[in-house]
Design a protein around this ligand. Structure first.
Ligand code: CU
Length: 231
């Protein structure tokens, strides 16, 4: 119940951002195009490795590149920038947290479990179209891993697509790659041991396999203020 409240609040908080940003310039002015390279570390026993690279451009846009291997081959992988622009430095769940945050006892960290550390969905890293939190589960618009399990993504988000404060708070944010294969059958299925996605149900989407939404890897940008992380 607590998690549903958190995500309902996050969804509500995201709504005012949907139409914002057209008239308001980013404050402070965007820094020069210095890439922030974020190593992706495996979660839930995956072998995922890779990087997410965030590069702010002088025009206020943000180039996002993801290169990850060890993902479930030939499956779409939801991916998001998590966190917010309110000053908390979000982090990736550590090994100890894997158990303490695992509320349903399945031995894995669900997307909801992980959000305690890596934060709410901030930007959906879709391949085209909308990038707000309403696209968080748009599996038809997320990159599909190739048959070796590699995900390659490169999209420049316009200043208008970025929630206010994104560039100024890049160091606080996390990048999360989703999609695991618990039963080893090579696809996301509802009859896996982890069943249906809880976070999808919270977002009023039924019939989404939990395998599609459980986090496979997380990366945290360095340079924020960990003392405010609340952990
Ligand atoms: Cu995510």
């Amino acid at each position: 119940m607590r998690s549903k409240a958190i995500f309902a609040a996050a969804a509500a908080a995201a709504l005012p951002l949907a139409g914002a940003g057209t008239a308001t310039a980013q404050e402070p002015p965007p820094p020069p195009a210095v890439p922030t390279v974020i190593p992706l570390l495996p979660l839930n026993g995956t072998d995922v490795t890779g990087t997410a690279t965030l590069t702010p451009n002088p025009d206020g846009s943000l180039r996002v590149q993801v290169n990850a291997s060890g993902m479930v081959p030939n499956q779409p992988h939801a991916q998001h920038i998590h966190g917010n622009a309110e000053g908390r430095d979000f982090v990736c769940p550590g090994p100890a947290e894997d158990l303490t945050k695992d509320r349903n006892g399945d031995g894995l960290l669900s997307a909801v479990d992980g959000s305690a550390a890596y934060g709410p969905i901030f930007i959906s890293l879709t391949t085209d179209g909308a990038t707000d939190s309403n696209s968080a589960l748009a599996l038809d618009r997320f990159p599909v891993a190739d048959d070796t399990g590699q995900v390659v993504y490169d999209r420049t988000l316009t200043a208008e697509q970025l929630p206010d404060g994104t560039i100024a708070h890049l160091a606080d944010l996390t990048v999360v790659e989703h999609g695991i294969d618990v039963d080893g059958n090579g696809q996301y299925n509802l009859d896996s041991p982890i069943g249906e996605s809880e976070i999808a149900q919270v977002m009023n989407a039924t019939g989404v396999p939990a395998e599609a939404t459980y986090p496979a890897a997380c990366g945290a940008a360095l340079g924020g203020t960990p003392e405010n992380s609340g952990n």
